[in-house]
Design a protein around this ligand. Sequence first.
Ligand code: NI
Length: 206
Amino acid sequence: MNDDRVGLLSDATLRIVYYPHPTLRYMAKPVRRIDDGLRRLVKRMFELMYEAKGVGLAANQVDVPLRLFVVNLAAKPDEGEERVFINPVISSPQGWEEDEEGCLSLPGIYAPVKRPKRVRVQAFDLGGNEIIEDVSGLLARVVQHELDHLDGVLFIDRVDDEEHREEIARNLAELERRFSEERQAGAVPDDIQIAQRRELWLKQYA
Ligand code: NI
């Protein structure tokens, strides 16, 4: 039990992972427990998000197989509002809107994505309180993008424009090349290590 904690929850082991890291395609599992370890995970996720200048970050993106994501539309620690969405569910989509998206796990890739303009999101915050909120604008887009991550879906899966798809394919090939180089150098764990780490998180929180 205790040795699990050392390996998993020491903040130093958490990093943003990049395509094609397998956890980005993993269907994350519901969180069943909120404790100090989970609060440390959330704190570290905000830090990593700010370092990367992002507005949202899902747990899959730090190789954690749990259904939660963090958002701060201001992308800065001392501005905006820090939001945590645990076990989120989206319903009541209304309208459509297209806007450009990017993703911290897909550096250098940007493309237009069509999504519902407004949605209702139901989730729990870090205090275990239920959130039910109708969201629109950038928050609606970010919430839908991050919820996709928890289902193993990336925004590039939702790009249908032919020209952008070709450009994305070239960028993905480059990311794949970089990923396999990093693996060969030992900077990225192998699939067995990733699976072992996943089991430890699931044992503790899912
Ligand atoms: Ni993303």
